[in-house]
Design a protein around this ligand. Structure first.
Ligand SMILES: *Cc1c(COP(=O)(O)O)cnc(C)c1O
Length: 414
């Protein structure tokens, strides 16, 4: 029986199997067919504490029977109020205003619109956005415009808006990145948008906290808004609550989504400083922030996020993250010397390496081959081109992690 579903980032013409998952707990996915899979990529980077976490599940169940949905333009509710207060208590004090949306892509769209609105409402319109090479910020037209261009957005390129792109800080060439950012900042752009410390979809490419701090300082010096896209890096993924924390960096605008609800239901926030909020504050309706989506601050999603924040406040999440980082490093070390492995690296809970492959590109056959092998061994892996990475839920067991690395080792030895 063929399904009417059109899956994301899936070539249906290849006829690859599409397992049906019926149930999940911790780092384990249970298929309807009875197979079990270790979720080595946190279901596309969203699941932090583990699937169906009891505290988050209970919060969703309780809220669903109380208030399901309410318009958020001019109306409010306790789950959103609690979440906004919880976030502002937990995050740097200058990020005082919380705008809700429902995905990472929209949190970035909101950030861009806030930056443009800031300059416009001050009577000094600016429209240019500076980004980093290999960046990824979502799949909407705006998100694609500020992200890397490639085969995955080639048909849409004529409609993508123009941005200034600075080179990725390759080791030994960091100064070129800083010089390019400074040259762009002298032209008076609206904002610089970047993924802090690690470029996710661009291939888990890492750079140092010192470089992040230096880029932040350049933006501050030239009065260019600094937008941190922590959609992937937030919620402990890189070893700290935010990746920016490791560099002592506080952005003007911060995007959070994937782990905000622990990965249970969709929700996003864009936080902004007082000057950005105040630029939109006026007795004139024409200066309000013109953005909304139907499910802005959905109460059930907010309740899930409040449960996530409670877990962060009451449980030793950063200690778990550190322990997972150490276990990840051990497994990575065992592979790092393999003749086919290049550039084995770890940032917090994430490990990544490149597999030597002369025909390497995003569509290289390597990724699907490894994914298929992993599937047959009971592991969910999805390489980015020839970059293999492991980004598990924080509760993954030692035995599950061993299975993940055994599959990668088997693939390398083929
Ligand atoms: C995943 C991701 C996004 C897009 O988030 P969606 O929820 O998939 O729209 C944006 N930025 C970064 C850094 C991401 O990793």
């Amino acid at each position: 029986m063929t399904s009417p579903i059109w899956h994301p980032f899936t070539q249906h013409g290849l006829g690859e199997p599409i397992p049906e998952i019926a149930r999940a707990e911790g780092a384990t996915l249970h298929a309807r067919s009875g197979e079990r899979y270790v979720d080595a990529i946190s279901s596309w980077w969203v699941t932090t504490h583990g699937h169906c976490h009891p505290r988050i599940t209970a919060a969703i169940q309780a809220q669903a029977g109380q208030l399901d949905q309410i318009i958020f333009a001019g109306w409010t509710h306790a789950p959103a109020e609690d979440l906004a207060r919880g976030l502002t208590d937990m995050l740097p004090a200058s990020l005082a205003h919380v705008f809700f949306s429902d995905s990472g892509s929209t949190s970035v769209e909101v950030a861009l619109k806030m930056a443009l609105g800031f300059w416009d409402n001050r009577g000094t319109p600016r429209h240019r956005i500076v980004v980093m090479e290999h960046g990824y910020h979502g799949d909407t037209i705006g998100g694609m415009s500020v992200g890397a261009r490639g085969v995955f957005n080639r048909p849409y390129q004529p409609l993508l808006f123009d941005v200034a792109s600075i080179p990725f800080p390759e080791p030994g060439n960091e100064q070129a990145t800083l010089d390019a950012l400074e040259a762009e900042c002298r032209q008076g752009p609206a904002a610089f948008l970047v993924e802090p410390l690690i470029l996710g979809a661009g291939g888990m490419k890492t750079y140092s906290p010192a470089l992040l701090a230096a880029m932040r300082a350049i933006c501050a010096h030239y009065g260019v808004l600094f937008i941190a896209d922590e959609v992937m890096t937030g919620w402990g993924r890189t070893g700290s609550l935010l990746a920016c924390d490791q560099a002592g960096v506080v952005p003007d605008i911060l995007c959070l989504s994937k782990g905000l609800t622990g990965g249970a239901v969709p929700l996003a926030v864009t936080l902004a400083t007082a000057p950005i909020f105040e630029a939109h504050l006026s007795p004139e309706r024409a200066r309000m922030f013109f953005h909304s989506s139907s499910y802005t601050a959905n109460p059930i999603a907010c309740a899930a996020a409040n449960a996530n924040l409670a877990i962060w406040r009451e449980e030793p999440v950063l200690a778990r993250v550190a322990a997972l980082g150490a276990r990840q490093q051990q497994r990575l070390n065992a592979l790092a010397g393999h003749p086919k492995v290049r550039n084995a690296r770890r940032l917090g809970t994430i490990t990544a390496l490149e597999v030597e492959d002369p025909s390497s590109n995003y569509l290289s056959a390597m990724g699907p081959t490894l994914s298929a092998l992993a599937r047959s061994r009971g592991v969910l892996l999805r390489p980015l081109g020839n970059t293999v990475y492991v980004m598990p839920p924080y509760c993954i067991s030692g035995a599950e992690l061993d299975l993940v690395y055994a599959v990668i080792a088997e693939f390398l030895d083929r």
